[in-house]
Ligand binder design. Structure first.
Ligand code: E4P
Length: 214
């Protein structure tokens, strides 16, 4: 499974990319708003750090407005992927962008049927939101599993990005049920790396080394 970073914070991206495990970045209007910068400037900066796919989301809600907005975002860098919501206008935009050779990530997926429609419209990625389903007492991981099973049965090549990941267990579970990618906040990626027994193990090795050599 690949890892995308779910952030628009350039310092965080720089730090996590240096670990060598970041394959791409996803942003959304809330994440961009937190940075208090122009979206084009942020995406351009991120594109200077990350070679893999960078999702930039449209804020328009109609096809007539989404398409030109998407085209403008796509011009920022060759690795920009356009994020559109799973609405009728979003689907129209995804199909039109596919015809123009621009990759899309269809977002705010909460059902398998939405994922099927997005794939049919030519989306390169679908983003089912695990955490937000869990928040309303529905099983987000079960949705990832269902979509992964359906895509495998149907031979669909659209990649599944497990999104709205809140903790490390979500990552493990998403990998187990067949998500191609998990998009994770920096704090989850860092938490995946840490284990108290690793810290204790390093301490014991260093203490033993020091004792034997003093
Ligand atoms: C996906 O691409 C979204 O940016 C993100 O994962 C949403 O996560 P949240 O539910 O924590 O806002």
């Amino acid at each position: 499974m690949k890892f995308f970073l779910d952030t628009a914070n350039v310092a965080e991206i720089r730090e996590m990319v240096s670990l060598g495990v970041v394959d791409g970045v996803t942003t959304n209007p809330s994440l961009i708003a937190k940075e208090k910068k122009d979206i084009k400037a942020v995406i351009k900066e991120i594109a200077g750090i990350v070679k893999g796919p960078i999702s930039a989301e449209v804020i328009s809600t109609t096809f007539a407005e989404m398409l030109p907005e998407a085209r403008e975002l796509a011009k920022i860098a060759g690795n920009v992927v356009i994020k559109v919501p799973i609405t009728a206008d979003g689907l129209k935009t995804a199909s039109a962008l596919k015809a123009e050779g621009i990759k899309t990530n269809v977002t705010l997926i909460f059902s398998s049927n939405q994922a099927l429609l997005a794939a049919r419209a030519g989306a390169a990625y679908v983003s089912p939101f695990v955490g937000r389903l869990d928040d309303i007492n529905q099983d987000g991981i079960q949705l990832i599993q269902e979509i992964a099973d359906i895509f495998a049965i149907q031979g669909i090549e659209t990649e599944i990005i497990a999104a709205s990941i809140r903790h490390t267990l979500h990552v493990t579970q998403s990998a187990l049920v067949g998500a191609h990618i998990a998009t994770v906040p920096a704090k989850v990626l860092t938490a995946m790396l840490n284990h108290p027994l690793t810290d204790a193990g390093i301490k014991r090795f260093l203490d033993d080394w020091k004792n034997a050599n003093s």
